[in-house]
Design a protein around this ligand. Sequence first.
Ligand SMILES: Cc1cc2nc3c(=O)[nH]c(=O)nc-3n(C[C@H](O)[C@H](O)[C@H](O)COP(=O)(O)OP(=O)(O)OC[C@H]3O[C@@H](n4cnc5c(N)ncnc54)[C@H](O)[C@@H]3O)c2cc1C
Length: 401
Amino acid sequence: MTPSTPAQAPPAAAAAPHDHPTGALTPWDEYNQLLVANVHPADWINPKPTGRYNLVVIGAGTAGLVTAIGAAGLGAKVALIERHLLGGDCLTVGCVPSKCLIRSSRAAAAVREAERFGVSVPAGVQVDFGAVMERMRKLRAGISDRDSARRFRDAGVDVFIGAAAFSGPDTITVGDQTLRFRRAVIATGARAVALAKSNLTPDKIMTAGAVVMLIGGFLMTHITADVPDWELWTWMLILGLGIGPAMAGFTVVVQNSVSPNQLGVATSTLTFLRQIGASVGLAAAGTIFSSSFANRLPTTLAEAGVPQPLISQLVKLSGALQNVGNGRALLEHILTGPQQALIPKVIAGANNALALAIADLFWITIVSGVLGLACTLLLRDRPLRSATELRSGSLASPELA
Ligand SMILES: Cc1cc2nc3c(=O)[nH]c(=O)nc-3n(C[C@H](O)[C@H](O)[C@H](O)COP(=O)(O)OP(=O)(O)OC[C@H]3O[C@@H](n4cnc5c(N)ncnc54)[C@H](O)[C@@H]3O)c2cc1C
């Protein structure tokens, strides 16, 4: 079922007045005229502000309207300022129009699937998109009375139409009027910003990620006890920047290796394997770390000036020396007499062994980074299978269509 243009042009296609901020509302038919008459009346005369307002609300979208009417209901002296259409995004382009379009889509889907339920529909049924939009404008105009300037004025809110700007700590200007306030609420909503155009495709991002991760991982293999903190932070930052995009490579591998109807299972399995991988990885890292620490300890103790006979004793305690603080309490307990003077040297040597053992762990990162990079480079020219097959229609089924 394809949308078609309406057989008849919508009525009253004259444009909105040029000097009107609602000129973008096209066509300027009876429905849009009713909408504007409610939420931005051309003949609206802003009230004369008298005294100080308890509350001034800038922006009459959902947030501003609710705030203003709630405060007025509690007896506050309230001003509400709107530069465009009261009702904001929700009434004009968001909640209300989208629900109208969704309802029409549902009707179209029901007709398309009617045969399945034993209802014969003549061939050639079309969606009249112009009529869909006209219905939307009609419904929107119909409920715009709820957000109308008049209704809020009648509820005790001073409604100002115009752009608001702060002119002092307790003053706001609208046109040539200045409003004094005790409290102000900025309910000016959000604007969409177009994403910066970029030539970065996912495979380039993943490749760059893997390279950055490898650089970070390589730097981390150079950790020693002497590396200053700022340098270590920089290395970790580089590593962290690369890890996310690089690891996405594994998802691409899975998406390309299974058929579309197995994609859900494969993705769940990948998540499961990641969790197992994290546990196994931690266990492997622990083992590599402990053995690396034990291997490096004799050398680093000797470099720190610890005498050889004591080193042989200390190596047997390598597990305890791995702790943060390098087992100072234990050392104070077991080293007696003149040996106590050697404690700072032992700690310095153990510290360095600790740093070097941590550095060794980063070879795991390098191996996984090279794997990720290889997968990305090998598969980068292959479009994601799910996307291609969705486009070609091979995924179409009565349930999905
Ligand atoms: C397609 C779509 C569908 C949506 N569907 C739903 C839904 O089903 N349910 C739901 O809860 N939400 C939905 N939303 C979200 C909803 O529309 C927004 O959350 C809501 O409109 C935000 O309200 P707001 O008051 O914060 O901002 P806005 O609605 O943006 O209102 C801000 C107002 O401030 C005015 N303004 C800005 N600056 C000034 C100024 N200097 N002086 C005077 N006035 C100013 C603007 O003109 C505007 O009218 C949908 C949004 C979209 C886009």
